[in-house]
Design a protein around this ligand. Structure first.
Ligand SMILES: [Zn+2]
Length: 195
C-alpha cells in the first residue's frame, strides 16, 4: 500500500450504498467520484448473493491511463430491532467495518493507518541506525541522544566535515520523527485524560 492518509482516499460507506439501492441484486450500478487532488474514480458494483462485486478505476488529472481494479467484497448483515444493518469485511484484516477506503486498494482505515505507521517507523529506525554507524566511524559514543565528539586524531578535515554533515542530517531525521511520535503520544494522552 502506498503511504496515504485516509482523507486523501475515496470513502465507500456501505450504509450509503445500501440507502442508494446499490445492494439490489442483478442490478449494475455505477458512480463517479472526483477527489480534490484531481483523482477521478469510477465505480461499478453488482450485488450478488455472496457479496458485492466492485470494479473501479482511478486516474489522476493529467494522466492519460486509467488503472482498473476489481474485487468481490464480502458483506455481513446484523439484525437490528427493525430490519438489519449491513457491513463490509475489510479485504485486508477481515474486520467488520462500515467504511472502506480506496485508491488502488480497498481497506479499512485501521489497515491504511497501520501501514502508514510502520513505514514511518522504518524511516526513523533507518535514520537512527545510519547515524549510529557514522558515530562509530567518528569514534563517538553510540546513541543519537549522546553528545557529539570532536574530530578523531588522524582523520582528514574534509572527511570529518563530510561525516559530521551526514550525521547531523541523519540524526535530524531520526529525532524529527521521534519528536512527532512523542507529539502524537502526548496528544493521545491529553485527549484520554479529557474524557
Ligand atoms: Zn482492515
Amino acid at each position: 500500500m502506498t503511504r496515504r492518509c485516509t482523507d486523501e482516499l475515496m470513502a465507500l460507506d456501505i450504509r450509503q450504498l445500501a440507502r442508494d439501492g446499490y445492494l439490489a441484486t442483478d442490478r449494475m450500478n455505477w458512480a463517479q467520484w472526483t477527489r480534490r487532488e484531481g483523482v477521478s474514480i469510477t465505480l461499478h458494483t453488482q450485488a450478488r448473493h455472496d457479496g458485492l462485486w466492485v470494479e473501479w478505476r482511478t486516474r489522476a488529472t493529467g494522466e492519460s491511463t486509467w488503472h482498473a481494479f476489481n474485487r468481490l467484497l464480502t458483506l455481513e448483515r446484523t439484525a437490528l430491532h427493525f430490519g438489519s444493518r449491513v457491513w463490509w469485511h475489510c479485504p485486508r484484516c477481515d474486520k467488520r467495518v462500515a467504511v472502506l477506503y480506496g485508491g488502488r486498494e480497498l481497506a479499512c482505515r485501521h489497515c491504511w493507518g497501520a501501514n502508514y505507521r510502520s513505514q514511518r517507523e522504518t524511516l526513523e529506525d533507518r535514520a537512527a541506525r545510519q547515524a549510529n554507524k557514522l558515530r562509530r566511524k567518528l569514534g563517538w559514543q553510540a546513541g543519537i541522544l549522546s553528545d557529539t565528539g570532536g574530530r578523531p586524531k588522524g582523520m582528514h578535515t574534509k572527511t570529518y566535515l563530510r561525516l559530521l554533515n551526514e550525521h547531523t542530517r541523519r540524526s535530524e531525521v531520526a529525532l524529527g520523527y521521534l519528536g512527532e511520535s512523542l507529539d502524537r503520544l502526548t496528544g493521545r494522552l491529553k485527549s484520554r485524560l479529557q474524557c
